[in-house]
Design a protein around this ligand. Structure first.
Ligand code: FPP
Length: 257
């Protein structure tokens, strides 16, 4: 039996929101680690270090709210442009975070999945991510997708290449390609579309995160740096999400005839 996550240190409890207004899938851009550290006269890597607890608390808050899936943008296909020192730190840190948090996440019933590209990614990171996927594959409380060496365009381009190969091999007819078929070639095809796209640090960009899956996501931007985030940040974002009118391209005439 999964155990409940630890309580919020200030005793905060999740707001009561009708189930139909709770997002199934939340995409989180954990932005602002570097700025948080530099504001304190610390090197950027200290911001990443401080971000670990924020991620864990957000997962706790997601479980308390009944959110099925959280996708966390940990390292993008563009982050290789950062200094060797920072890239090496994030690679080692990712393995350490998984080492430290696997047991807790597993106890909470969290299924860990990895989305991202293999090329360039450190073998130690791939190995640990795959071990975590295997160790938690039967968990059903919540899914945490660690997006490491992930890029939305790369994911779509890789899917197009695999699909073209299947057409060339005669396994698929080009005339049968549609959105549903295409989606099967993405990294995690069975995950629901993103409902809530949450970015911290005040920046208002997609930054190449879950482009296909976020086609109809509600965007919520919070003016807080990632290390200062906890589950109450997620809850505030969900409260805002719950007030949104999701029309998916549809429209209703509201004047009376
Ligand atoms: C963005 O802030 C944050 C990152 C690039 C890395 C965050 C990663 C973690 C907190 C955990 C990783 C864990 C696993 C298991 C993979 P930024 O550096 O862009 O901040 P800035 O915009 O202030 O410069």
């Amino acid at each position: 039996m999964p155990v409940k996550p630890y309580a919020h240190p200030n005793g905060a409890v999740a707001p009561t929101i009708p189930t139909q207004f709770v997002p199934r899938h939340v995409a989180v851009v954990m932005d602002g680690n570097g700025r948080w550290a530099n504001q304190r006269g610390l090197p950027r890597n200290e911001g990443h270090r401080a971000g670990e607890a924020a991620l864990l608390d957000v997962v706790a808050g997601a479980i308390e709210m009944g959110i099925d899936c959280v996708s966390a943008y940990a390292f993008s296909t563009e982050n290789w442009k950062r200094s060797i020192d920072e890239v090496s730190f994030i690679m080692k840190f990712s393995v350490d975070v998984l080492d430290r948090q696997l047991e807790t996440l597993n106890n909470w019933g969290v299924r860990i999945r990895w989305a991202g590209r293999r090329p360039k990614l450190w073998k130690s990171v791939i190995k640990r991510l795959e071990e975590c996927e295997e160790a938690t594959k039967n968990n059903t409380v919540c899914t945490l997708v660690m997006c490491v060496n992930y890029g939305g365009r790369a994911e779509i381009a890789d899917a197009a290449a695999a699909l073209a190969q299947d057409v060339a091999d005669g396994k698929l007819k080009s005339t049968s390609i549609n959105e549903k078929v295409f989606q099967k070639y993405l990294d995690e095809p069975d995950l629901p579309d993103v409902d809530l796209f949450l970015r911290t640090s005040g920046e208002q960009r997609f930054s190449n995160f879950l482009l296909w899956q976020s086609a109809y996501a509600e965007m919520v931007f919070m003016n807080v740096l990632w290390p200062d985030v906890d589950r109450t940040t997620l809850w505030k974002a969900v409260e805002e999400y719950a007030l949104r009118d999701r029309r998916y391209g549809g429209a209703v005439d509201k004047i009376s005839k």
